[in-house]
Design a protein around this ligand. Structure first.
Ligand code: FAD
Length: 424
């Protein structure tokens, strides 16, 4: 198999360069874009992936310190990565299986608690926790050996669509002409804007502070989440080697203050947080990464394909939807976009081109339900637990306890978190 060609920015002016013609162009070098480009090339489609940072292979994470970006990967993500033949290539020593989730309300009462268990649900695990780099590095390695895929390190500046396809104009290189374009260009998606696809957007006026900790007590393969009075949410996700990864959603002001803390400051704070429940559960916590903060918002694109009259562009990942990380589902949802698109294009009748509007409309229809449901649930949960009204406080805590008693509801919740996808 020949290696993928990595085009670096050219010194020649763009207009002097010939137009490259491909079947599909994927714009974006995040996990959604990389997985999608690899999957499309594996279907035999001549594919280019374009992003500003594709000339470097993301280094494989090594050593005792875990990376800053840690994700919960759902079983639907595992299925996609297995389908792309990279799941077995991932260093599983750096992945932590999650078998239980413990969620606590904000009154500190014993019954304000929800326990989700893989054992009870009859599934081997609820999720895996691992580093973003671990997945990205494996995707990069697999892409190097995919001869239908070319990666171009560049920036899409402009785009023109016509009846037969799309022309992408790059900042440095020559134009690319594709039958189908996949916009995996992130939450601020320039392609989405250029298409004039409207969005519903809402800032949560919260930031997520992330940091990794070494804990003295075993985490028991359990992901913990505490809702705190005032709307903060603290999640502690298990990692290998007695570590946990924290995602603390809080006001931007508090997030800035948290980033200033040293180990002592953190120890004092964490030992008293949630009435001491965090240290009771995990013991003493020693900082094992540099904390970082990310602003949180909700975005939903009104359409997942465009232009409306003759679609040739598909939005996937954060370009189509962004959600609060309290359920750890944003990337998983984006990778389900990829899985559905690969399924539809892989099963297309021989007379249909990859940009056949029937296929693209099928994609959009199939992704509407999953996206709407997940955005709605995470948004409502976030708002319910931010409300300071007494009635809502009673309701949310009572609700947790009530759901905890219902095997049926818990089973449905777990099914949603696992995410249904199938490859034929
Ligand atoms: C604190 C936090 C915790 C989270 N935890 C989880 C979790 O546990 N589980 C989970 O599933 N999700 C989680 N998420 C969500 C997850 O981070 C995102 O959904 C995911 O990273 C989005 O990936 P993406 O590939 O769609 O977009 P991005 O990673 O944003 O990639 C966009 C790409 O497009 C490129 N690009 C942009 N413009 C152009 C252009 N003009 N030309 C070429 N390229 C361009 C960029 O360079 C980039 O490579 C979390 C989010 C936050 C903030």
């Amino acid at each position: 198999m020949s290696e993928v060609h990595q085009k670096t920015p050219s010194k020649h002016p763009a207009h002097s360069q010939p137009t490259r013609v491909v079947e599909v162009a994927v714009v974006g070098g995040g996990i959604a874009g990389k997985a999608c480009a690899l999957g499309l090339a594996q279907l035999g489609l001549v594919t280019v992936e374009i992003a500003p940072d594709l000339d470097q292979i993301v280094p494989s994470p090594q050593g005792e310190q875990w990376g800053q970006r840690i994700y919960a990967f759902s079983p639907s993500t595992q299925k996609l990565l297995a389908h792309l033949q990279i799941w077995d290539a991932i260093d599983h020593a750096r992945l932590q299986v999650v078998r239980d989730m413990q969620i606590y309300g904000d009154r500190g009462e014993k019954n304000d608690h929800l326990h989700l268990s893989a054992f009870e649900a009859g599934t081997p695990q609820l999720a895996w926790i691992g580093e973003s780099n671990l997945i990205e590095n494996t995707l990069d390695q697999a892409s190097r050996f995919q001869n239908k895929l070319e990666r171009i390190t560049d920036h899409v500046e402009k785009m023109e669509t016509d009846a037969d396809g799309v022309t992408l104009h790059l900042k440095n290189g020559g134009p690319i002409r594709a039958q189908l374009v996949i916009a995996a260009d992130g939450a601020n998606s320039p392609i989405r804007s250029e298409l004039g696809i409207s969005t519903t957007e809402e800032s949560y006026t919260q930031s997520a502070v992330v940091a990794n900790w070494i804990c003295t007590y075993p985490h028991l393969e359990t992901a913990f989440q505490w809702f705190l009075p005032g709307g903060d949410i603290v999640a502690m996700l298990p990692l290998p080697n007695k570590q946990v990864s924290m995602v603390w959603s809080t006001t931007p002001e508090n997030a800035s203050a948290l980033l200033e803390l040293d180990q002592n400051g953190w120890s004092n704070l964490l030992s008293s947080l949630a009435n001491g429940a965090i240290s009771k559960q995990l013991g003493e916590l020693t900082l094992n990464s540099t904390p970082a903060a990310f602003p949180l918002r909700k975005i939903r694109a009104s359409r997942f394909i465009g232009p409306a009259e003759a679609p040739k562009i598909v939005l996937i990942g954060d370009a189509a939807h962004v959600m609060h990380p309290l359920a750890g589902q944003g990337l998983n949802l984006g990778l389900r976009d990829v899985a559905v698109l690969l399924n539809i294009l892989g099963k297309r009748e021989s007379f249909r081109t990859p940009s056949d509007p029937v296929l693209l409309r099928r994609y959009e229809r199939q992704r509407q339900g999953d996206t709407t449901a997940l955005l709605w649930v995470t948004d409502k949960l976030k708002k319910l637990f931010s409300s300071s009204s007494n009635a809502e406080r009673q309701l949310r805590n009572w609700g947790l306890g009530l759901v905890n008693k219902s095997h049926f509801i818990k089973q449905r919740l777990i099914e949603r978190a696992l995410g249904e996808i199938d490859f034929e």
